[in-house]
Design a protein around this ligand. Sequence first.
Ligand code: BTN
Length: 128
Amino acid sequence: VKKCSLIGDWVNDLGSNMTITSMNAKGVFTGTYHTAVTATSNKIEKSPLQGAMQKSPNQKGQPTFGFTVNWSFSDSITVFTGQCFVGDDGKEVLKTMWLLRSHVENIKNDWKATRVGVNVFNRQQLQE
Ligand code: BTN
């Protein structure tokens, strides 16, 4: 059975690009995230991500994971959680949910500070 690996280049349903560059023996990984969209009016820049992948033996090659994107062009933070699946076509897909926390000026605005959504990532096809 083909196993899922998080290492490499991914693109999601919004057209955002993510590269996971390194993973250590404990499943801790790092990478960069280039979002296609923003809730701000700022100029989008590539931003760092840090995460962890579950390595328990009963995950059958379809591991759960989470990561945080610390946006370098805004004062927001996004956390993603998801699972890597191998589809019937043998292709890997990351099914995720995210929370985007925006900065607000005071506690009265806390109620509107968090967005939630889903993203599906497919492995980026090799470019020529
Ligand atoms: C910001 O707007 O403050 C930072 C960029 C947020 C981009 C969000 S994170 C969840 C969703 N998935 C993406 O690929 N981009 C948006």
